[in-house]
Design a protein around this ligand. Structure first.
Ligand code: C5P
Length: 223
């Protein structure tokens, strides 16, 4: 039979990352953080001095991405790119922006497609991204689309940074989020949008626990 997959798509700051980690833990399933792959292509480009408008070189980088995802004892994942630990380095706003630029190149997306599908292993997979339900796992048993207002997503991001002791400007974060939404939703290939059969959850006024409970509820109904 087919490996069960739950796809979770949505814009940045919708809480996908947190929810997917909790779901994977709850169900004891694997986790695909597809955004990390696009971030890794962006970071690899920086390391190799590849310009973001050099499509051919970016496609080669994506196709040959030398990356390891190493599960650690405390249930987190270490990301190693070409032998170098980049777990935190790929999370910066700058790398996120680069990721959304390389992600708009259809051939880069193609180059990452099989690598993403290979994450589907027994007993199941939680797939986190923008096009998990629409392109990568169109046959998924359950498709979730998490949304939240741009203002709320900016506030969440702001609080994350402040809690880490980092300085942040709410206005700058909101502008970054709007620019990223715009690029992700309006690109020609695999734009961010809910799959026709997705369950859409607006998390603007929901807590993490409420979102998790709602998704687990859907999983039980479909299971
Ligand atoms: O989710 P995350 O912020 O890590 O994703 C970084 C960028 O990678 C997104 O803004 C988006 O442009 C791109 N992405 C994508 N398709 C995915 C996951 C991420 O295009 N499935």
């Amino acid at each position: 039979g087919q490996v069960p997959v739950i796809t979770v798509d949505g814009p940045s700051g919708s809480g996908k990352g947190t929810i997917c980690q909790l779901l994977a833990r709850e169900l004891d399933w694997g986790l695909l953080d597809s955004g990390a792959l696009y971030r890794l292509v962006g970071l690899a480009a920086r390391h190799h001095g590849v310009e973001l408008d050099d499509k051919e070189a970016l496609v080669v980088l994506a196709a040959h991405l030398d990356v390891q995802f190493i599960a650690t004892e405390d249930d987190t994942v270490q990301i190693v790119l070409e032998g170098e630990e980049v777990t935190d380095a790929i999370r910066t706003e700058a790398v996120g922006k680069d990721a959304s630029i390389v992600a708009a190149i259809p051939e880069v997306r193609d180059a990452l497609l099989e690598r993403q599908r290979a994450f589907a292993e027994e007993p199941g997979l939680i797939a986190d991204g923008r096009d998990m339900g629409t392109v990568v796992f169109p046959e998924a048993a359950l498709k979730i689309y998490l949304d939240a207002s741009a203002d709320e997503r900016a506030v969440r991001r702001y609080n994350q940074l402040i809690n880490k002791g980092l300085g942040a400007s709410l206005q700058a974060i909101l502008e970054d989020i709007q620019a990223r939404d715009d690029r992700d939703m309006n690109r020609a290939v695999a734009p961010l949008k809910p799959a026709a059969d997705a369950v859409i959850l607006d998390t603007t006024k929901m807590s993490i626990d409420e979102v998790l409970a709602a998704v687990m509820d859907e999983a039980r109904h479909k299971g």
